[in-house]
Design a protein. Structure first.
Ligand code: FAD
Ligand code: FES
Ligand code: FES
Length: 1441
């Protein structure tokens, strides 16, 4: 191989395996390569933008001089393959596997029940592994055997950059903690290694042993050798260049005139934010230029090369702060602390300082680093051509955006040595602080505003004098970080006093002004005020008490912290503590063992080791094409044409699939529910207006060669906002044959030209349309649906039972005398005794509830493979394969027996993979049918978020009548539900809302619920659809009544709790027997176990002393009605005695397979032979296959596990009946026999060893009620509006749990998803109806730092429930409702804040009645606490002076 060729060779290792590549497409990411070109599928694609951690792998580099290996995690979705020359990658498969043995991390994830759907687990494992590995390299004494050097709080943080949507993080935290040197094993939660009460030695001996001597070799010897022998030269080819000096770089840049064709790159993390639409011709890797990677420290300051990663910079700053050259150690440490909030560790490990600053300067990225460095007077060296310039950071940021030829060389943080000398002379002191307010305390979320302040102060007798001050603010909707110079000028040289502080704040408000279009501008300004106040006020206080005078020293922070009465709020910069502990209490039931045991989840280890196969892990069959949807860019529009920016062939587009491709006998069908069907693809109108192309740059636009559609389309069709067409790509036809897949699917940008149509009203019942049209504006004010510009109308949906669910007005009237619940038409008067008008008080209010996105970690995906004789196999990640089979068959115009839908496991569903997975599977099938090639789709996160629809937003107006005691006598509700463009499952919402809302006895209840058709993507099922809103509405009403009457909320709650009699009236037969109504006893128990009253008193005490932090506590009951559905099942015993089970239910991560396995082992146990070992080990539940097991139905509504267990029990009973006589005969003859012998004999004697059944629940137990309650305590930061959940205690009634570990996981996971709904997640559309929350940047689900710090859950074993499946109850959805307790507790804390606020304003008491929106995000909370609370406070102080 000649030298030139050598240079073009890209060499690296993956899990010890050597890879050598030529001609690599430079935009190829490591994740793309891993997933499409290797056998390693452990790293998953969750977002493609660095925001989820599903793709995390370990990257190792070898230094041949020091003979050291450096190991760190990276997000492989952003890491470019070409940057890995000479590196080694370890994925979760590299840690261990089924064949060679799992790693203790894998085993502990399984044993602590920390993997549900498993999609996040490989990434979690790698983050944890890296933390353990690196801790071993740190100095210090060896940890106790079996543990690492990390402490509990350090190790929990290792996974703070990883998202999990299933578990609620508590069990994952336990896995991490189980490796910590200071862990108390007794503090760890429910696991399958030991039982509570065992001694510590026993516990330790059962834990899969961890020893760093078992360490995985992360860097293979062969690669070390190649590096040492220099046989591995730098990797340079035409597309990827690694210059070794600035001069070389300059000459490369000289040759290029077009900045769009060349890209300088270090970590490539910038593309996580600024998605690349076009391909660059050439990449230039800056990491090999020594000057850019230097860190120089001397007495004048620290100079950090631009290519130094943020992690390395943090490390250098920390080292410096711990005894470097500089006296400004405390400041340096704070800068490092702040940097630890930038992105996540996986990102910081490759993201460079220079990359961050250039993004801030050129693209106006809301950088943290620019702000903090600006405050400490940093300077920057840049080079353009031969010219090198040193600028202050401020000058650099203010310059016009740098062109592509401008390079950042380094950044310098000055030393304050000179200042120090000056300080000692003048007795001035320095004070530095930095701030950021973001949705997640540990980072991994951009801030609403960041700030950093540096003051030099001196003291006079009774005050502090600000000698000089630097105030930097950024990320608040400004082009770049700024200094508030006027405020600095005002403060400089003055004594700090209240008047001055007030004046400074007023001036600041005129300085920090977000640009137009920035969200929550007033909130951001209030943050700036709050932070400045937090910085200056303690000094002011210290000065006035003369605490400060006379003390020498450079920094005054410690002093201030010790002495200030003001509780500083800068915790959001310093590392907050995470989940400190959790308790799980479970009453085991061994009556039906192994049912009732906390058996570990089936397949958990292979999920952790990356061996579990999800749909996108199935290797692409030969000639496979990849599909992507083209969706409309405007809502409520007619599609006129579809155009590509460049010829589609350039993107590898093979064909655009349109409705013309639907076979003649097929239907344009994308999904179906009991309420109707939805189109798969939409038509395109060709009757273009003359000026149609006005907006389009004709020079660039390229029309498709032939019209896609004919002209015969119906004149007035409704267009969904998506699925207008499907593009199919052939990646093997693109310019290089090094494929790649996922990103390109998303990055192909098609120009979709659309035309907005008039608002029209449709309905199934034509006679009603006219009336609706006439009444549209009169009856349903458009404004009623919030900001929606297009309110389309009320869809008339006829349910199966012949009721217009949404169109008519009903009164649900509780007639005590008749002892019955009656539904009557609205025009019939409500029972006189229960009229609202007769109540002693009446309240009318509006509530608005937003949407929520499922955020399953695996987005919608399918693979369709055409088979012989017009058949199709579709692998789909779907919750209802059977319905998908029907839809695909109808779309293709073939009989159902031609379509086999297979679902093995789903990477999280939460309802989102019921209806919304069908069009994805059907589109694949259609394209595969048309082209007779396999086709797969894996939606990118953005498309998924646009299509998903999510939870139903709604607007509620209630009128409630009540007595002065708090007893509610009547309630009327008007609810408008935003269903989006089509019916989906929306008609079930009214019943679900009422089901959960009726948890209280409302006296008379009437309601008018309308399902509204709007210009949004159709809303769909999401965990507890309608129920969560119903439960919230009930709590909101109770809280309003309580504040109106100035009563304790709990008093009003208990006044209106059902007796069993009233429960029966409201729920009829679902209420079951009196003994089954466990809610009152749960509440008593919880009140005692959580010490509710004692803590309530303590909180009052705390609040009376604390001005800027308030706490609240709340106890909330829930009631949830579920119903069972018919389910098929089949149990077969194979020749060798192993057992295979098929059920209708799908494993979504909820542990269905595990419970089914347990039930099989239990139900077959009557024929189990003593010598046959553990039957459980012999059972395998297999994937759903619609041609193997029919009538599978849908996995939804929390009861599929139970129903699947029940059908398995029926099958097993059948087998037991067939096998028992044989067993008895054999035993008589042979004495004890083994299971294997029994099965062998059964085979010989032609016993049918396969039993199938179809379980149809009896009418009475079909519906039943679930109960639970939660107490949550929160603390609200009044300067930022941030809410921390200090503690949550839950008691949930699982009947007799089929598997308490699985149910615990469901309870905790659902609760945390509920926290997301109530506190964090904003799934927003703009006023046109377009989704604007499109990815991990804007949509924030809970992370480990946002869950309760103390999380206690008790599963109540409420004994025998005769009519339930082995007395069990559901756990999948109901616990989500319990998260309302966090919202209520937040409300209580805000109430306390408002008391103070209005005291400062000398206002009356009306402020105590207020509405807290959902989600209660930081801006929402802060607004209620008073955006001007600081000013009000200062004014009140000034007025009392
Ligand atoms: C998920 C995520 C979260 C984040 N959160 C935060 C946050 O909370 N706060 C924050 O401040 N930042 C945040 N960032 C931004 C992050 O810090 C930057 O993406 C990163 O520092 C860029 O460095 P890089 O080496 O990856 O740059 P690259 O992506 O390699 O390059 C980015 C740009 O800079 C150019 N460039 C790089 N180096 C130089 C140089 N020396 N001279 C001239 N041009 C150069 C490149 O050509 C490119 O245009 C986040 C990023 C991600 C992906
Ligand atoms: S962080 Fe890479 S896929 Fe989400
Ligand atoms: S187990 Fe974490 S996302 Fe499903």
């Amino acid at each position: 191989m000649d030298r030139a060729q050598k240079k073009k060779k890209l060499v690296f290792a993956i899990n010890g395996e050597r890879f050598e590549l030529f001609g690599v497409d430079p935009s190829t990411t490591l994740l793309e390569f891993l997933r499409s070109r290797t056998r390693y599928r452990g790293a998953k694609l969750g977002c493609g933008e660095g925001g989820c951690g599903a793709c995390v792998v370990l990257l190792s580099k070898y230094d041949p001089v020091l003979e050291k290996v450096e190991d760190f995690t990276v997000s492989s979705c952003l890491t470019l393959l070409c940057s890995l020359h000479g590196c080694s990658i370890t994925t979760t498969e590299g840690l261990g596997n089924r064949k060679d043995g799992f790693h203790p991390i894998h085993q502990r994830f399984a044993g602590f029940h920390a993997s549900q759907c498993g999609f996040c687990t490989p990434g979690m494992c790698m983050s944890l592994f890296s933390a353990l590995l690196n801790s071993e390299k740190t100095p210090g004494p060896d940890p106790p055997s079996g543990f690492s050097k990390l402490t509990v709080s350090e190790i929990e943080k290792s996974i703070s950059g990883n998202l999990c949507r299933c578990t609620g993080y508590r069990p994952i935290a336990d896995v991490c903690k189980s490796f910590a040197s200071d862990v108390d094993l007794e503090d760890l939660g429910l696991n399958c290694f030991w039982r509570k009460g065992e001694n510590k030695e026993e516990m330790l001996s059962r834990l899969p042993f961890y020893s760093h001597s078992n360490e995985i070799c992360t860097f293979p010897e062969f690669l070390k050798k190649e590096i040492k022998s220099k046989s591995l030269s730098d990797f340079n080819d035409y597309y990827w260049y690694s210059p070794a000096s600035i001069e070389e770089l300059q000459s490369l840049l000289e040759t290029e005139e077009d900045g769009n064709r060349i890209k300088l790159v270090v970590g490539n993390t910038g593309v996580g934010y600024y998605k690349e639409q076009e391909q660059y011709k050439r990449y230039i890797d800056l990491r090999h230029i020594p000057e850019l990677s230097l860190i120089r420290r001397d007495k004048t300051g620290i100079e950090i090369g631009a290519a130094v990663t943020i992690s390395k910079a943090i490390q250098a700053l920390k080292e410096e702060s711990e005894g470097g050259f500089h006296s400004n150690g405390e400041m340096i440490k704070k800068i490092a602390d702040h940097m630890e909030k930038v992105a996540s560790k996986n990102l910081r490990n490759t993201a460079s300082l220079g990359g961050n600053l250039i993004m801030a300067q050129r693209n106006h990225f809301p950088s943290d680093i620019a702000t903090i460095l600006l405050a400490v007077d940093s300077s920057i060296v840049i080079q353009t051509g031969p010219e090198r310039t040193e600028l202050t950071l401020g000058e650099f940021l203010e310059r016009p955006p740098c062109d592509f030829k401008t390079i950042i060389i380094s950044v310098r943080i000055p030393s304050w040595e000179s200042v120090r000398r000056f300080l000692f002379e003048t007795k001035t002191k320095l004070h530095f602080e930095s701030y950021r307010a973001a949705q997640r305390p540990l980072g991994n979320a951009l801030p609403y505003l960041n700030a950093a302040f540096l003051a030099e102060v001196s003291s006079c007798k009774t005050s502090v004098v600000v000698e000089s001050i630097r105030l930097a603010f950024g990320a608040y909707g400004t082009k770049y970080a700024i200094r508030a110079r006027k405020v600095e000028g005002l403060l400089a040289g003055k004594s700090l006093g209240l008047n001055l502080l007030f004046e400074a704040i007023e001036l600041l408000k005129a300085t920090v002004v977000p640009e137009e279009g920035t969200s929550c501008p007033a909130y951001r300004i209030s943050l700036a005020v709050g932070f400045l106040f937090d910085f200056l006020y303690p000094m002011l206080e210290a000065g006035s008490t003369n605490l400060y005078g006379g003390l020498n020293g450079v920094y005054m922070d410690t002093l201030l912290k010790k002495n200030s009465k003001h509780e500083s709020n800068n915790d959001h910069v310093h590392m907050p503590s995470l989940l400190s502990s959790g308790n799980q209490l479970v009453e085991f039931n061994r009556e039906y063992s192994p049912v009732g045991e906390p058996t570990k989840k089936a397949g958990a280890e292979i999920q952790a080791s990356g061996e579990a196969i999800y749909v996108d892990d199935i290797p692409s069959p030969k000639d496979c094409l990849h599909g992507a949807f083209i969706y409309s860019t405007r809502p409520l529009a007619r599609i006129k044409d579809i155009q590509f920016k460049s010829p589609p062939e350039l993107y590898g587009v093979v064909r655009v699939i349109s409705i013309d491709d639907i076979p003649e006998r097929g239907e344009n069908l994308g999904s179906k529910t009991m309420f109707g069907t939805e189109h798969l693809l939409e038509e395109v109108y060709m009757d273009l207006p003359v000026d149609f192309y006005n907006d389009v740059d004709k020079g660039k636009a390229c029309r498709l060669k032939k019209p896609l559609y004919g002209l015969e389309q119906s004149p007035r069709a409704w267009f969904d906002r998506f699925r207008s067409a499907l593009v199919v790509f052939d990646y093997t036809q693109t310019k290089s044959d090094h494929i790649l897949f996922v990103k390109k699917r998303g990055s192909l940008v098609s120009v979709l030209v659309v035309y907005v149509d008039d608002i029209i009203v449709t309905g199934n019942d034509l006679s009603e349309i006219d009336t609706l049209k006439k009444n549209l504006h009169k009856e349903f004010d458009i404004k009623d649906l919030g900001e929606l510009k297009y309110f389309i109308g009320i869809e008339v949906v006829r349910s199966k039972h012949g009721i217009f669910m949404s169109q008519r007005k009903y009164v649900l009237d509780l007639l005590q005398e008749a002892g019955k619940l009656r539904i009557r038409a609205a025009d019939t008067p409500i029972d006189q005794n229960h009229r609202i008008n007769d109540s002693e008080g009446e309240l009318v209010k509006d509530i608005k509830l937003g949407s929520q996105y499922h955020f399953y970690m695996e987005t919608q995906t399918a693979l369709a493979v055409p088979e012989e004789d017009n058949c199709m196999v579709v692998y789909s990640s779907v919750q209802c394969p059977q319905i998908t089979q029907i839809v695909v068959a109808r779309c293709l115009g073939v009989p159902c027996h031609n379509v086999r839908v297979i679902t093995r496991r789903v990477g999280g569903g939460f309802g989102g993979k019921a209806m919304k997975a069908m069009p994805v599977a059907t589109a694949c099938a259609l394209a595969a049918h048309k082209l007779q090639r396999p086709v797969r789709i894996y939606l990118n996160r953005k498309t998924d978020m646009i299509m998903a629809g999510g939870r139903h937003p709604m607007k509620i107006n209630f009128s409630v009548g009540f007595k002065s005691s708090g007893k509610i006598t009547a309630l009327h509700l008007d609810i408008l539900i935003n269903a989006g463009i089509s019916a989906d499952i929306s008609p079930i919402l009214p019943l679900n809302i009422l089901g959960a809302l009726k948890k209280y006895n409302w006296g008379s209840l009437s309601f008018d619920i309308k399902i509204c058709k709007t210009n949004h993507s159709s809303k769909t099922a999401m965990r507890a659809p309608g129920d969560v809103q119903g439960s919230f509405i009930a709590e909101a009403i109770i809280e309003h009544v309580a504040s109106t009457l100035s009563l304790e909320v709990n008093t009003v709650r208990s006044k209106n709790l059902h007796t069993f009699e009233s429960l029966k009236l409201f729920y009829d037969s679902s209420a079951g027997e009196a003994l089954e109504y466990t809610l009152p006893s749960i509440l008593d128990k919880l009140s005692a176990s959580s010490k509710f009253h004692q803590r309530d008193a303590e909180i009052r005490q705390y609040n009376s002393c604390s001005k800027w932090r308030k706490r609240g506590i709340s106890m909330v009951p829930i009631l949830y009605e579920v119903s069972l559905r018919p389910t098929p099942g089949k149990v077969s015993v194979l020749n060798d005695g192993s057992i295979v089970v098929e059920v209708g239910g799908i494993e979504l991560g909820q542990g269905l397979w595990t419970k089914v396995k347990q039930m099989t082992a239990f139900a077959l146990s009557p024929v189990k032979c003593d010598t046959s070992g553990d039957l459980l080990e012999r059972v395998r539940v297999i994937q759903a296959d619609t041609l193997s097991l029919v009538q599978g139905g849908m996995t939804a509504g929390s009861t599929t596990s139970e129903a699947s267990c029940e059908v398995v029990r029926i099958c097993c009973n059948e087998l037991v009946e067939r096998l028992t006589p044989l067993k008895e005969r054999l035993q008589e003859k042979m004495g004890p026999i083994s299971w294997n012998m029994l099965i062998l004999q059964a085979n010989l004697q032609a016993v049918n060893l396969s039993a199938s059944a179809y379980y149809v629940p009896e009418v009475t137990p079909m519906r039943y009620l679930n109960y639970g309650a939660a107490v949550s305590e929160v603390e609200v930061d009044l300067l930022t509006g941030a809410t921390s959940i200090l503690q949550t205690d839950i008691i949930y009634d699982c009947g007799q749990s089929l598997n308490p570990a699985v149910d615990m996981g469901q309870i905790e996971g659902a609760f945390v998803q509920g926290i997301g709904f109530f506190m964090l997640e904003e799934y927003l559309s703009n006023s046109d109806g377009l989704v604007v929350s499109e990815g991990t940047w804007t949509y924030k689900i809970p992370t480990i730092d946002t869950i309760p710090k103390q999380f206690n859950v008790e599963i109540l074993n409420s004994g025998h429930h005769q009519k339930h499946v082995l007395s069990s109850k559901a756990s999948g959805e109901p616990p989500l409702l319990l998260a309302v307790s966090v919202h209520c507790a937040t409300r209580a804390a805000i109430r306390e804040a408002r008391k103070d606020h209005f005291k400062w304003c000398s206002s009356d008491g009306s402020h105590l009645t207020f509405q807290l929106d959902v989600p209660a995000t930081m801006p929402v909370v802060k607004e209620l606490c008073g955006l001007d609370n600081v000013e009000r406070y200062l004014q009140s102080l000034l007025s009392h002076k």
